[in-house]
Design a protein around this ligand. Structure first.
Ligand code: NCD
Length: 308
């Protein structure tokens, strides 16, 4: 059976542990992995802008010895001529061994997976999910904090449209003793399925608050996010909400000494650049972890064994 990654819950907690262990091993001895995907081809099908996700997938496949192909925008693919995602998926299945797809419409990678004859990875679908960013975040948290349980995590910014937030919350509620603080303006609160089904449904202690300053001292992880301009229906709302939260060095004084600041990036201005020099700034480390975890994911979905 072909295995896809469409939602963070497509992998069990045990499978995620194994994937993170494999990522750690790749980080320790990258040379052992340099040819494990020789001859394999990854297609990146991106209908929406991306820097990190696409290039980290490409970097991951190249580091495994495989090769890459793909398109970077809907305009440069046959989508511009009206081709459906399903047809494109059938076609890509003839060219590549594995495909990563980003699309502005929720569910597009799922549609692609139904007709694909190769593994499909959801590289972000609209305001819905972003499971490979979640794997990146899990590896980052486990590496920096040494655990995935017993943590208080604050999510701050655009919790309505931020797909990385939705995916990471879904993944984190499976670990014991996780507490969540949702910090956002009223208009950008999490969608109700996250509040009701994911948080209440799993009996997770959580609060929805407005003030970052009040939440900061309680947190082990602060997950900052950008206000998702491209998903707003009108520009006035975006302009009104875009500067709701700005993390500064002054505010960092309120945080624990061992709190980590994460951000899926790109950052606009929600973390001032002065915070980059704070030893608790983890967002550029997160980028590096994203490559290791995508290497592990490609190997896992292709059924490539860990080298001795
Ligand atoms: C995120 C995304 O695309 O959802 N970026 C990423 O993949 N690291 C976050 C964002 O765009 O704000």
């Amino acid at each position: 059976m072909i295995r896809h990654l469409l939602n963070p819950l497509d992998f069990s907690v045990e499978e995620i542990d194994a994937l993170l262990d494999l990522s750690d091993d790749i980080q320790k001895r990258p040379e052992a992995y340099a040819h494990v995907c020789d001859g394999k081809k990854l297609a990146t099908c991106f209908y929406e802008p991306s820097t990190r996700t696409r290039l980290s997938f490409e970097s991951a496949m190249l580091r495994l010895g495989g090769s890459i192909m793909g398109f970077q925008s809907a305009n440069s693919s046959s989508a511009a001529k009206g081709e459906s995602v399903a047809d494109t998926s059938r076609v890509i299945s003839c060219y590549a061994d594995i495909m990563a797809m980003r699309h502005p419409k929720e569910g597009a990678p799922l549609v692609a997976s139904r007709v694909a004859t190769i593994p499909v990875i959801n590289a972000g679908d609209g305001g819905h999910q972003h499971p490979t960013q979640t794997l990146t975040d899990l590896l980052t948290i486990r590496s920096l904090k040494g655990r995935l349980d017993d943590l208080t995590i604050g999510f701050c910014g655009d919790l309505k449209f931020g797909r990385t937030v939705h995916s990471l919350i879904e993944a984190m509620v499976r670990y014991p003793n996780v507490r969540i603080i949702l910090i956002s303006p009223q208009e950008l609160k999490v969608p109700s399925y996250i509040r009701e089904d994911v948080l209440r449904g799993n009996n997770i202690p959580f609060e929805e608050v407005n003030s970052l300053d009040d939440a900061l001292p309680k947190l082990d992880i602060l997950y900052m996010t950008r206000v998702q301009k491209e998903r707003f229906f009108n520009e006035e709302d975006y302009i009104r909400l875009k500067d709701s939260y700005i993390l500064t060095s002054e505010k960092m004084k309120l945080a624990k000494k061992d709190m980590w600041v994460l951000h899926p990036l790109p950052r606009v201005n929600e973390i001032s650049v002065e915070v980059d020099d704070d030893p608790r700034a983890g967002y550029f480390k997160q980028v590096q972890y994203g490559v290791y975890v995508r290497m592990a994911l490609i190997m896992t979905l292709l059924g490539v064994k860990k080298p001795c």
